[in-house]
Design a protein around this ligand. Structure first.
Ligand code: ACM
Length: 718
């Protein structure tokens, strides 16, 4: 697929296409700083003959071996034992900071008809260059592999480019984590932040406090040997592993294992309390010794202590905490938290670690400036943290568990101070929705217009992290829930700020997602497995349907929330159509692009869209047939029926476009009914909080192809 992202880069980069006949297609994600294509290409009949100059180390030998292996996976050609062209790798210098923010990641790549030169600032730069080189490989019509002649000069915009994976709400197996690391390497993400403890579970073997994994691991935890292996695996791919053990809130797993650590307001049971006791020397001894053990296990310089969401009444009425407040002169809950964090910070700093905490950690503005803040509720937090002099990682706008589109997340720049968060008007309206909601709609979630960051503040923004909280994500679902959207964010964190063309991003993302699949990503396999559970032996029509839909957004699919509001506790199995559906179907995106071209008059696109509509129509009849025997499919029937209706009006719109006769008013009215219904369902879950109270579509499914059908209907005069 020839993609030439000139428009996206024209403003900032030196991408130039030399000659219209360049056979090459450049579909790179993330887009490099500079790409120059030229005439010609390099045939790749076999493995590269690698010649090294400069630093060379075992990590690079292993990287080169993996790269050679991947050539076979990417091309499907089995002759990769044969001698191929020359790849000269020049690694400028060994890098003592390879797994730090100072890592030398810059590289230059030159592909000519003679061979490839990869010139890197350091070993991590070699990994980044090899990742790009994999993306340059193309297969010609005869199945032969080749690379376009190209010169690339590349370096990251931000040093911290991560994902946060929640292993507490659902356990993620080592195998699954390794697959995510593999994919991260391919799109140059470099931090795997593991959220390892929460109310639901504690996931790491502790020798000092074994009840943590024995009792609170609920049978699923990582042994220390597994953690060491995983860290080494990630290091080989230029990925740092940053552990998070959340304190003092989100700590029910800890108090389940060791009830004496809990705050114990009068009468409340200690075991299973969510918050540690900030007035207890035993609690400090526990946290300090546990973190000392974990600091030894996780070699990264950064250690995340959580610090988020301590409830307003966490310590209310606790006589010990009241006494602490009196002796220390603390008057607010935030000051008590700061007191707690200061002690933990002292212990970890002595241990040589740099503390990271979620944004609430700076509520008092009094903590040491060397603490790194992770902004998550609003973009304002980035401004606030950097104004106080804290280095900051931006996660506001990047919550992948909220099931928004790649385009939505991609639109937030880490340096934009006013982008992500709830508007003041929405906050006022949300507070009126239900008495319980006020607790969540605090000032902290409301985004206000703010002045841009100063250059000094910008320099404190380390980068971004995309969290995937796992309340609604099982091990089996992780590949689907992270990718391809994490790759779009990899581009936001790596590429120049001016790279913002979403159509171009999606076109490249589709190619990159297929590369990730060839290298081992299991998103399609997992989706097929989930569909096969819903309709054993007859799941193929479900896969066609799943490509056209997505799950409702912003946790609207979390049935535990309405149950909790009604005072009930339920278990939700994540086995429904909405769990199997891709969040941002690339097949649906491709349809939208086709529909746009068809509406603009492109004959080939019209033919392709006609074929799409015929498939949707026929597929609905197949879904109806399997629903008879498979009750789990039945709830999705109205959605499948609406897609068939869209196909029917879409075909009439195509007829109208082709004959030049406007759409009949009754057809336009019919189209409006189905398209407006789909839009209303989509809008109902578009905003957090409101999403819980909106009208949910059948099977919790949004129809993702709606805008393309609407575009055609409108083009046809409907
Ligand atoms: C968070 O999402 N509570 C950091």
């Amino acid at each position: 697929m020839p993609l030439r992202p000139v428009a996206a880069l024209a403003a900032a980069c030196t991408l130039a296409l030399l000659g219209p006949s360049a056979a090459a297609a450049v579909a790179l994600t993330p887009l490099p700083q500079s790409v120059r294509e030229s005439e010609g290409s390099l045939a790749l009949p076999g493995r590269f003959a690698i010649a090294w100059t400069g630093c060379r180390e075992p990590m690079l030998e292993r990287a080169a071996e993996r790269f050679q292996r991947d050539l076979g996976r990417l091309t499907g050609v089995e002759t990769f034992a044969a001698a191929g062209p020359r790849l000269e790798i020049a690694c400028a210098a060994a890098d003592p900071g390879a797994l730090s923010l100072e890592a030398r990641e810059a590289y230059r790549l030159q592909v000519t008809g003679e061979g490839v030169k990869l010139d890197a600032d350091g070993p991590i730069g070699v990994l980044r260059g090899l990742a790009t080189l994999r993306q340059l490989i193309e297969t010609g019509p005869d199945g032969a592999a080749a690379l376009p002649a190209v010169a690339i000069d590349d370096r990251p915009r931000f040093a911290w480019r991560g994902v946060t994976i929640d292993t507490a709400r659902h356990f993620m197996s080592i195998e699954t984590l390794r697959r995510q690391i593999d994919a991260m390497e391919q799109v140059k993400l470099n931090v795997l932040h593991l959220h390892l403890s929460d109310n639901e579970a504690f996931r790491v073997e502790s020798r000092r406090y074994p009840r943590l994994h024995e009792v609170a691991g609920h049978g699923q935890f990582y042994t220390q040997a597994q953690i060491r292996d995983l860290i080494a695996y990630a290091a080989d791919r230029g990925v740092r592993v940053v552990p998070e053990f959340d304190v003092p809130g989100h700590a029910r797993a800890m108090t389940l294992a060791y009830p004496e650590l809990a705050s114990n307001p009068a009468g409340a049971p200690a075991a299973g309390a969510q918050v540690l006791n900030p007035a207890s020397e035993a609690a400090y001894r526990f946290v300090t010794r546990l973190f000392d053990e974990m600091a030894g296990l996780f070699p990264d310089a950064y250690f995340h202590i959580g610090g988020d969401e301590v409830g307003d009444d966490a310590w209310a009425g606790d006589p010990q905490v009241e006494a602490l407040m009196k002796t220390e002169g603390l008057t607010t809950k935030a000051q008590v938290e700061a007191h707690f964090h200061r002690r933990i910070h002292q212990a970890l700093t002595r241990r040589g670690k740099i503390v990271v905490g979620w944004e609430e950690i700076i509520d008092t503005g009094t903590l040491p400036r060397d603490i790194v803040v992770q902004a998550w509720r609003t973009s304002n937090a980035t401004a606030r943290a950097t104004a106080l002099g804290h280095r900051t990682i931006v996660s506001a706008g990047y919550y992948l568990d909220l099931l928004n589109t790649a385009q939505f997340h991609y639109g937030f720049d880490p340096l934009d101070t006013s982008a992500a968060g709830m508007s003041p008007a929405d906050a006022d309206a949300a507070r009126k929705l239900h008495p319980l909601v006020g607790r969540f709609v605090t000032d902290g979630v409301v985004v206000q217009p703010m002045a841009p960051l100063t250059p000094e503040q910008e320099a404190l923004v380390l980068g971004g992290e995309a969290p995937i909280w796992a309340e609604l994500v099982t091990d089996e679902m992780l590949d689907n829930r992270l990718w391809p959207r994490a790759a779009a964010l990899a581009e936001r964190f790596w590429s120049p700020r001016e790279v913002r063309d979403t159509g171009d991003m999606y076109a490249r993302l589709a190619v990159q997602q297929d590369r990730l699949r060839r290298l081992g990503l299991q998103d399609q396999a997992a989706r097929a497995r989930m569909a096969s559970r819903l309709a054993p032996g007859a799941s193929e029509p479900l896969l066609v349907l799943l490509d056209l839909v997505g799950p409702v957004r912003n946790m609207a699919h979390d049935k535990r929330v309405p149950a909790a509001i009604a005072g009930k506790k339920i278990v939700q199995n994540l086995t429904a159509m909405a769990d199997a559906a891709p969040v941002d179907s690339l097949a649906a995106r491709a349809f939208l692009a086709r529909a746009e071209r068809a509406a603009s008059g492109e004959a080939a696109a019209r033919a392709a869209v006609r074929a799409d509509f015929e498939v949707w129509n026929a597929n609905h009849r197949r879904v109806v047939a399997i629903a008879q025997d498979h009750p789990a499919v039945r709830e999705a029937l109205p959605i499948s029926a609406d897609i068939a209706e869209m196909a029917a009006v879409g075909l009439l719109a195509l007829d109208a476009l082709e004959t030049g006769k406007p759409l009949a008013p009754e057809t336009a009215a019919r189209a409006k009914v189905v398209l407006d219904r789909a839009d209303a369902f989509e809008a109902a879950s578009a905003r957090p909080i409101f999403s819980f109270f909106g009208k949910r579509p059948p099977a919790d499914l949004i129809i993702m192809v709606t805008p393309g059908v609407r575009r055609l209907v409108e083009a046809a005069g409907g």
